[in-house]
Design a protein around this ligand. Structure first.
Ligand code: ADP
Ligand code: MG
Length: 277
């Protein structure tokens, strides 16, 4: 039994899918130096991190420390300067089929309606659209987008567009989800609902999740492990296991264990004198 887990018949395993301890994402000394007109900009010092299949890892860190850079490298959207990142043992050199990505802004195609935007990954991969359409509709319902399928992106609020982007990342049922501050633009209540829903999806499907957030409570609520990064050039300052029982209700945020963990993580940012998370 894990620490902090209450005894009882209805207690579920903390990491139902990570038990195999198979490394799904391996970040091995990956660095990033951007070449700019003003010369090289060192963005990331060597980052080394193994993420197990089915694990939920959340990254927090000050603005500009290289979080988005790391995520884009893992997604195959940005070259890695030194070191490597591999997924299921294969080095990442281009965007992988089995990955869903959610960016900070929704980036929907303005000329496609919401439903066709959400179905885009299915079409791009040449998958059977009729097979995935029910899934897209179910995701839309979960995200509170029922009835908006024929609307164009500009007809939706920013928060609804971001929820559509999350549906789009999930529609082809990828085994890895990479999420860059996906809930930052949402109002507090929608954000909590999306946190719960993401936990439910993760818990029931065993996806491997690497998520970036500015919110320390959100990090602790969602994560198996919280990775704390230090200022640019970013590196890993600390990694914390979050052994709160699963699935976590929102009320877990009121517990002393939760408060202690958020305090510990917050202390990193006060120590750095740069509180951005
Ligand atoms: P974060 O997501 O943690 O806020 P980023 O990964 O976006 O940080 O950026 C990390 C650092 O790299 C920042 O200091 C930023 O100025 C720099 N950077 C990001 N993208 C580029 C780019 N395309 N060219 C040059 N420098 C960049
Ligand atoms: Mg960023």
């Amino acid at each position: 039994m894990n620490a902090g887990q209450a005894a009882g018949a209805d207690v579920l395993p903390l990491r139902p899918h990570a038990a195999a301890q198979e490394t799904h994402i391996r970040i091995a000394g990956a660095t990033k130096v951007y070449q700019t007109a003003d010369g090289p900009v060192e963005s990331l010092k060597p980052i080394t991190l193994d993420i197990a299949r089915g694990e939920f890892v959340v990254v927090v860190g000050p603005s500009g420390c290289g979080k988005s850079t790391l995520l884009k490298m893992a997604a195959g959207l940005l070259s890695i300067t030194e070191g490597s990142i591999s997924i299921s043992g294969r080095e990442v050199t281009e965007p992988a089929d089995d990955v869903g990505i959610v960016f900070q802004s929704p980036v929907l195609l303005p000329w496609r309606n919401i439903f066709r935007n959400i179905m885009l990954p299915v079409e791009m991969r040449g998958l059977d659209t009729s097979k995935y359409e029910p899934r897209a509709r179910q995701l839309m319902q979960t995200a509170g987008l029922d009835g908006f399928d024929r609307k164009l992106p500009w007809q939706l609020s920013g928060g609804m567009q971001q929820r559509a982007a999350i549906c789009r990342a999930l529609v082809h049922d990828p085994s890895i989800l990479l999420m860059d501050e996906p809930f930052g633009a949402l109002d507090a209540m929608t954000r909590e609902r999306m946190n719960l829903e993401l936990q439910r999806i993760w818990y029931s499907t065993g996806k491997t999740v690497l998520l970036i957030t500015h919110s320390i409570p959100e990090a602790v609520f969602l994560a198996d492990r919280v990775v704390v990064m230090s200022e640019r050039p970013g590196q890993i300052a600390a990694i914390y296991n979050v052994d709160l029982p699963r699935p976590r209700p929102l009320t877990v945020m009121g517990t002393p264990e939760f408060a202690a963990m958020t305090q510990t993580i917050r202390a990193h940012f006060f120590a750095q004198g740069n509180v951005d998370a």
